[in-house]
Design a binder for this molecule. Structure first.
Ligand code: FAD
Length: 292
């Protein structure tokens, strides 16, 4: 199918890009186009104007520092996945990204575009929530920082206003000595997750949990922190009953209804299995201090 008729602009400054968006309520940002253009071809999106941001100055590059990893708006998935400095300080990023679509799509699609699309089954929104990150949105009134847990509001809906461009995403660092893990259940490799779970976990010398973060995608209308499970695991030595309790406390977070390919009860089983596996894997990495 072909898209409906639309206008196209390729500004080179962020001020012009914002002005174009603010001047047309049906204008949208075009980044890598890997989601937007198929949606237009299927007539699921009908924008009047595409504001292509690929030539806008200042929207490229990855910065790694004490505050974590900052990813500018036009950084492609594949650039982040292969960045040597990111791999060194936060290998969880690459572990997550291997599950995002396929290499040709990751080579065009942007990390920030994935966040802005706000698919509740997507992996990068989960990572931002898991690490407690944020985005910087720039609109006519200037810039504002939006925390991940406020940014993702419901299915394909974020806190970004129509006339704002997300100029960067901020992924905080892993805590020192923490283990980490991500995996998902999908029908085929490269599909969006049916359920995905990420875990970051630190242990003391006695093997007790000093801090754990758990998040899931695919289970609700947005990526979800599993705070009840975190509270039950903190301070424990990760015994069988601790994990049973954490899984049981997480199951109500599954609010996706039965669908053609997957029931809600299947999602609950997958969530429980992934929580157990990701906690075990993260704990193993924390114990051995491995970064791989
Ligand atoms: C076959 C296929 C399989 C895929 N599988 C997966 C998968 O398994 N997991 C996954 O996470 N993704 C998957 N994707 C989506 C892919 O990751 C996209 O690259 C990503 O979702 C969007 O990035 P983009 O740069 O292409 O954004 P675009 O398609 O250009 O834009 C997407 C949306 O975000 C908005 N937007 C983009 N950038 C900005 C910005 N800086 N500021 C404000 N708004 C912005 C656009 O207006 C649009 O509404 C798949 C895509 C395809 C085609």
């Amino acid at each position: 199918m072909k898209p409906p008729i639309f206008d196209y602009q390729a500004p080179v400054t962020i001020a012009d890009a914002v002005r174009l968006l603010a001047g047309d309520a049906d204008a949208v940002v075009l980044a890598g186009g890997q989601t937007l253009l198929p949606a237009m071809n299927f007539r699921a999106a009908n924008p009047t104007l595409l504001v292509d941001i690929q030539h806008v100055a200042g929207l490229r590059g990855i910065a790694v520092g004490d505050d974590g990893v900052v990813v500018k708006a036009m950084v492609r998935h594949r650039e982040l996945e292969l960045d040597a400095a990111v791999l060194r300080v936060n290998p969880l990023v690459a572990e997550v990204m291997q599950h995002v679509a396929h290499i040709p799509i990751r080579t065009r699609g942007t990390v920030v575009g994935s966040l802005c699309h706000g698919d509740p089954s997507a992996e990068m929104p989960l990572l931002l929530v898991l690490l407690g990150g944020s985005v910087i949105a720039q609109g006519p009134a200037g810039q504002r920082e939006i925390a991940a847990e406020d940014f993702f509001q419901s299915f394909l809906t974020t806190a970004r206003r129509q006339d704002e461009i997300v100029v960067e995403a901020r992924f905080p660092p892993l805590p020192p000595g923490a283990g980490w893990a991500f995996d998902e259940v999908t029908r085929r490799h490269g599909d969006y997750a049916i359920v995905g779970v990420g875990c970051v976990l630190a242990l003391d010398d006695d093997g007790r949990v000093t801090g754990v973060r758990l998040a899931a995608c695919g289970i609700a209308d947005r990526p979800v922190r599993l705070k009840a499970a975190e509270a039950l695991l903190n301070g424990t030595a990760l015994g069988v009953s601790d994990l049973d309790a954490a899984v049981a406390a997480s199951l109500p977070a599954v609010t996706q209804p039965d669908e053609m390919h997957v029931s809600a009860s299947y999602r609950r089983r997958a969530l429980g299995t992934l929580i157990r596996r990701m906690v075990a894997k993260a704990a193993q990495r924390a114990r051995t201090g491995t970064m791989q």
